[in-house]
Design a protein around this ligand. Structure first.
Ligand code: ACO
Length: 277
């Protein structure tokens, strides 16, 4: 594992995120060839997330090196993430980051901007040119569940506990998790999971499509590494084009999707034959 800095190749952010800065926020970021690993690293606080976590995630995404094709998101310790740092809901807030208490006195557009900013930490994980894998053990609550939902694939340990706690706290899930949840499990099951804030354990997660694989806790890293190797075995550009097609499929008619397949394939065929000549 090498590069702990985020070079500026994908999003145009001028700033690099140093390993020291990330450590202070409770994150680790490593790039090893075509695989980047982002680790939530506040195990003593069950990897609770703050505004600083989300802006650092956004900066990592913006600076992801061009060669990276697989991004692994994992959590150190017994839990993937216990969600938002509950200090954000106190009057005092998180030192240096304020709180939602003070933010709630702002007007609608300022509050909306705050949410928009937070969401940037999650959105980049869907980019077509990467496949993101959440390696989830223990609790994945609220923002933790939504971070796992932001990834393309979820490989989970058999002790996983997903919980969309927001409605129980008087909130909505707003970190881009509602769309993938509905797409994965369907509207009725998503209503059941969110509006009861109940825990979804490994067997159910696998059965309803929240998890691609369930493995024993000690096997999680290996299962993720194996999946990453499988993903890297296909052609980079064809993989990105195929992900674009798959991501767009539900919003297109068959006729539109057929045409989109043709357009992507024309690109592929041209690239393949150009490479031969
Ligand atoms: N925010 C801040 N600190 C937290 C959080 C959190 N979300 N979750 C855990 N911690 C801290 C605890 O306060 C405790 O700190 P301390 O050692 O200084 O007392 C430490 O992490 C360990 O927590 P425990 O509760 O002792 O750990 P345990 O393994 O028994 O339980 C669990 C883990 C179930 C995740 C529990 O900590 C919990 O319910 N946390 C709150 C979950 C929550 O409501 N999150 C918000 C969801 S909504 C959203 O994310 C938008």
């Amino acid at each position: 594992m090498g590069d702990a800095k985020a070079p500026q190749q994908r999003g145009g952010y001028a700033e690099e995120v140093s390993a020291e800065e990330l450590a202070e926020i409770g994150l680790r970021y490593e790039v090893d060839g075509e695989i980047a690993t982002v680790t939530l690293n506040r195990p003593d606080k069950r990897n609770a997330q703050t505004s600083a976590t989300w802006s650092a995630l956004a900066r990592i995404g913006a600076g992801l090196p061009e060669q990276v094709r697989v991004v692994v998101v994992k959590g150190e310790g017994p839990s993937f993430s216990a969600g938002i740092d509950l200090r954000m809901f106190t009057k005092e807030g998180v030192p240096g980051q304020g709180s939602f208490g003070s933010a709630s006195r702002q007007d609608d557009s300022s509050l909306q901007r705050l949410v928009d900013q937070a969401q940037q930490g999650f959105l980049w994980l869907r980019r077509p040119e990467i496949v993101s894998i959440a390696a989830v053990q223990g609790h994945a609550i609220g923002a933790g569940f939504q971070l796992a939902l932001s990834c393309d694939l979820r490989i989970v340990a058999d002790d996983v506990k997903f919980c969309m706690k927001e409605p129980a706290l008087g909130l909505v899930p707003d970190l881009t998790g509602t769309k993938p949840l509905v797409e994965l499990v369907g509207l009725a099951k998503a209503i059941d999971i969110c509006l009861t804030a109940r825990i979804v354990e490994a067997d159910e997660a696998f059965r309803i499509g929240l998890a691609e694989h369930v493995v024993a806790g000690g096997d999680l890293d290996k299962a993720v590494a194996d999946k990453a190797a499988q993903l890297l075995s296909t052609n980079r550009d064809a993989a990105a084009a195929t992900k674009r097609l798959l991501q767009g499929a539900s919003a297109r008619t068959l006729e539109e999707q057929r045409a989109a397949e043709g357009a992507e394939q024309a690109e592929r065929l041209r690239a393949l034959f150009n490479a031969q000549s």
